[in-house]
Structures are given as C-alpha cells and as structure tokens.
Design a protein around this ligand. Sequence first.
Ligand code: DOR
Ligand code: ZN
Length: 344
Amino acid sequence: MSQTLTLIRPDDWHLHLRDGAMLCAVLPETTRHFARAIIMPNLVPPVVTGADAQAYRSRIIAAMPEGADFTPLMTLYLTEDTDAQDVAAAHASGLITAVKLYPAGATTNSASGVADFDRVRGVLERMAEIGLPLCLHGEVTDPDIDIFDREAAFIDRVLDPLRRATPGLKTVLEHITTKDGVDYARSQDDLAATITTHHLIINRNHILVGGIKPHYYCLPVAKRESHRLALRAAATSGDSRFFLGTDSAPHTDMLKENACGCAGCFTASNTMAILAHVFEEENALERLEGFTSRHGPAFYGLPTNKATLTLSKGAAYTSPDKIPTDDGPVTVFDPGFELQWKVT
Ligand code: DOR
Ligand code: ZN
C-alpha cells in the first residue's frame, strides 16, 4: 500500500545557484520543491554590496522556470572592507536576509573572506543592532589544524569569542559536521545550525575507502561515523535550532573528477526524497516538516509557507544521476541506496 506524506512546502537555508549557464540549469532543481532559499554569495567576483545583490537577484528571477513560485533570499559576502551602512540599507529595503562570513581561504571562492575578525567587528555590531543574521562557514584555516578538526577549532577559537563580543547577534552555524557543532548549538541562544542532506548520509569512509569518490568531497569534509550519528540525532530530534540547509553546490564533472577537485555535493534534485528516507529510518517522519519547513522560518522571523508538498512511498527507483548544463554535466548526489519516497 502506498503511503503519502504532506508537508508545508520546504525552504533551503543554504544554497549555491552560481550564475550564467549553471544558474539556468540548476535553478529548476530547487524551485520544483522549495519555496525559498538562502542564496550563497560566493560568485566570482563575490556579491559584496547591496547593488551586487540587487543585480544577482535580477539574474536569478530572469532564470526562473515558467510558473515557478520561488523567492531567493539574498545574502551579502562579508569582506574586511564591507561598509556597515550599505549592509544596513540593503537590510532595511528588504533586499537581503543575511550576511555570509567565509574565513579567508576556507572554501570555494573564499579568497575575499575574512582573515582578521577585528576588522568586521563594526559590521557585526551593526547587524546585531538591526537584527540581521550572520551565516557562518565554521572552519578555521590555520595550517596547524588538521582538516578534520577545523570545525571544532573554529567553535573554540573564533565562534565563541565572536559571540561573546557581539551579544544579540543572530548566528547560523552552517552545514555542521560534528558532534561539537551539535553540542554548541544546543548550548546557545540566538544561534541555529543548518545540516545538509549529504552529511546525514556519508561519513569520511564513503569518500576514501575503496578509491577516492570526488562527488562525496565537500567542505566542511564529512567526519567519522560518530559525528554523522550525532547529526542524524539532531536533525530528527525536533529541536528547532536545527534545520535544513542543503549546501547543494554544483560543479561540473570535469571540475570534480580532477587532480584538484572542487568541493561540493549537488543535492537539490533528490534532497526531499533522501530526507524522507532518513527520517523514516529514524522513526521521525512526523518531525521532517519541522526540519524542512518550520524551524528555519521561525529562526529568521519569516512566515511558514502556505503551499504544501506531497511525497509518496512506492516502488524503489533511482533518481537521474546527472543534470546537463551548457558547461558540462553535474552529478547528482548518490545516497548509495534506492529511493522509495518521491515528491508527487
Ligand atoms: O562543499 C562546499 N562547496 N562547501 C562550501 O563551503 C562551498 C561550496 C561551493 O561553493 O562549491
Ligand atoms: Zn555552501
């Protein structure tokens, strides 16, 4: 007998749409299921000013598929030269929903990010005053820190001091990959953590055992199994501090299957089907709606969506493994199991 599940239409609180041909190819994969998404600003060059965000937003709207009902929630890329007044004006006009902080050198197109955190103090204080959330890529880049310890070190060395210095700053610790991230989020007020779909599925063995799997490589890199289990427990717990940010990050196969492959898993197409599978495995299907559709808007002070999305469970199937783009194919994240839930 087929089973159905109807949810408030979900939002994605961390998404890479890129630009140009890639934007046109991947946008429908998100608008098909999601009502809103926080749009990452790590383009080349990055989306730094209100004017940049306005122009990028227009390009996204122009690329929307016919009839799509989707709102891009824009962000600014914080640099050491960011002008607090420009940020406040972009917020006041309703153009932006958050500001994104990349530690310089932490990930894809983060070269213009922040190396000296004192230099962004004024902007962060202004954001706390006006209630504008900060989204954080939570990894240190210090060469003495092992890549698998970068998130835990970030919490101790950067995040905790930053939050003590800026009381009231609403903060999203994005794409957490560790029990340390889970525990920190549970200990804080005014802080939420997003969790990706892929970090609920893979641990570091999936990337490295039996040959290197470039399509499982992302940043922060997946950690050991005990961390994955902590993420699954957090995501399915019903705790409103945890919500979905897919970090769906398209790169062409040529750039992934490369001697120096890019970081990113592309999950926009099959995220909802995978999450239904995960939440069912954890006996928490009734909590999926909180994770995908309620906790995020509550944190951001936005209404939940009015529309719904229905999934049904039937015969096992595999979703398309690639999305064609004019730049070359993009491989869709392979969860390693057949899906039974399908968005109807
Ligand atoms: O895996 C990732 N890919 N992590 C990031 O932080 C950036 C993203 C990208 O833009 O490709
Ligand atoms: Zn990202």
